[in-house]
Ligand binder design. Structure first.
Ligand SMILES: Cc1cc2nc3c(=O)[nH]c(=O)nc-3n(C[C@H](O)[C@H](O)[C@H](O)COP(=O)(O)OP(=O)(O)OC[C@H]3O[C@@H](n4cnc5c(N)ncnc54)[C@H](O)[C@@H]3O)c2cc1C
Length: 415
């Protein structure tokens, strides 16, 4: 009850203290040993491992918006490592192993849930490709199984395995160690840990050009002024081609909108993650209870972080075909992000044609799962000035030499 006039607490005065900030909010210094461009998951993880693994702490992460406001906060959080080629298995499995101890490493909850991923096969060719991938995965030490339709139903009882639907389920690959995590917690965990090691996280600072002298990058031009840098590591996801163009580098990237949606909160009905290339949808259930559904990319190129209605319509009709039980669920929210796609559906991680400039991009629809792994390897690449063995196959030169890592099959509908 309120006390007499004059003794009442000030409005809000009875609320608890403001919780501790997770990171500082520093002014940029005149120069840094390393500037990371882009404060998404990859940029934050790179900064953390630069400090943690290599003792390089005079580092700034420059983010034009707010930390993890790009794809990191917009993705559907699927984590798996069941890619076809040895090169991909190497980096994605390294990442999955890091996910398995990330909560302890960062001392921060990330809600990593290894609930498994099913990739459905709907045609004879799908079955052949999928079984081949299971064998390739096993040779690389990646847990993978081939499931019959009845076994699919055991793992996820609400999948429609009727033979009478337009795309009947002939079976599925299954990776039990795959799963999901809470994306914003992952970003905050890395940001907090990097900040504690001395990294400056600078938000609302857009990199508008690269300062280059004698073929070597020496800093970045930003809307807060020019900041000197010994090395510059790009991690700007869908906008990497724009930033790299500032150094005269024309990257083999196309930027596309990719969108997703969530339903209203439901009781637990969906115990795993289900993906279907042919039907073109994938679904999981978030910790809170929303069904999280993703679709393929919008084929239009663009930089607007928006979706389009026709994609949602297709996505929902595909989802209903696989999960008739969703017919009564309501859509709560839908959004889009901008993903950067390479011609072979594999990323570019390594050195740039300009000295002391580094590239991490082209993760397209599937870079969230790579966050710890690429942060680790990219930090090594930047620290040593040469690629980590796990990202060496993902150089920019492969588009000249032809040593492509074609992951269109396993990169899937998305992710
Ligand atoms: C709808 C959707 C669903 C997805 N689902 C999955 C999934 O289930 N599993 C999976 O593995 N991957 C998924 N992805 C892909 C994944 O989100 C990305 O590959 C990954 O997040 C990219 O790395 P990032 O987190 O660093 O990117 P971002 O978070 O986009 O970080 C890049 C940052 O750079 C900043 N930036 C850009 N230009 C500049 C500049 N000039 N100056 C300063 N900062 C700049 C941006 O603001 C942004 O914050 C999905 C993506 C989308 C959009």
């Amino acid at each position: 009850m309120a006390g007499p006039v004059g003794t009442r607490p000030a409005p809000g005065g009875d609320l608890p203290e403001h919780p501790d900030r997770l990171w500082r909010n520093p002014e940029p210094k005149a120069s840094y040993d390393v500037i990371v461009v882009g404060g998404g998951g990859h940029g934050l993880a790179t900064a953390y491992y630069l400090a943690k693994n290599h003792g390089i702490t005079n580092v700034a992460v420059l983010e034009r918006g707010w930390l993890a406001g790009g794809n990191m906060a917009r993705n559907t959080t699927i984590i798996r490592s069941n890619y076809l080629w040895d090169e991909s298995a190497g980096i994605y499995e390294h990442s999955l192993k890091l996910w398995e101890s990330l909560e302890q490493e960062l001392d921060y909850p990330i809600l990593f849930s290894q609930r498994g991923v099913l990739n459905l096969a709907h045609s004879l060719q799908d079955v052949r490709d999928s079984v081949r991938r299971v064998h390739a995965n096993r040779l690389n030490g990646v847990d993978a199984e081939w499931l019959t339709p009845a076994q699919v139903r055991e793992v996820c009882p609400i999948v429609n395995i009727s033979p009478d639907v337009r795309y009947p389920v002939h079976g599925a690959t299954y990776q039990p160690r795959a799963g999901i995590a809470k994306h914003d917690y992952v970003a905050w965990g890395y940001a907090r840990a990097a900040d504690a090691l001395g990294v400056d996280l600078i938000q609302h600072c857009e990199v508008q050009g690269l300062q280059i002298s004698n073929g070597r990058v020496t800093g970045v031009h930003t809307d807060l002024g020019t900041i000197g840098a010994g090395k510059v590591a790009l991690s700007a996801a869908g906008h990497t081609s724009v930033v790299a163009a500032g150094a005269g580098i024309d990257l083999p990237l196309q930027s596309h909108p990719l969108q997703a949606l969530v339903s209203e909160l439901l009781e637990p009905v969906h115990p795993t993650v289900v993906m279907s290339n042919a039907v073109h949808v994938y679904v999981s259930q978030a910790h809170k209870g929303e069904l999280v559904m993703g679709a393929g990319i919008d084929t239009w190129n663009g930089y607007g972080q928006r979706g389009a209605f026709h994609i949602i319509e297709r996505q929902m009709s595909a989802a209903l075909e696989l999960f008739p039980v969703f017919a009564r669920a309501h859509v709560l929210r839908t959004w889009g992000g901008i993903v950067d796609v390479t011609p072979d559906a594999s990323p570019i991680v390594g050195l740039a044609p300009v000295e002391n400039l580094y590239l991490n991009c082209g993760w397209g629809t599937g870079g969230f799962k790579a966050t710890p792994g690429v942060g680790w390897c990219y930090a090594h690449t930047v620290a040593h000035g040469e690629p980590h063995p796990l990202n060496a196959p993902f150089s920019l030169e492969r588009f000249v030499t032809g040593a492509l890592v074609d992951e269109h099959g396993a990169a899937a509908v998305a992710h």
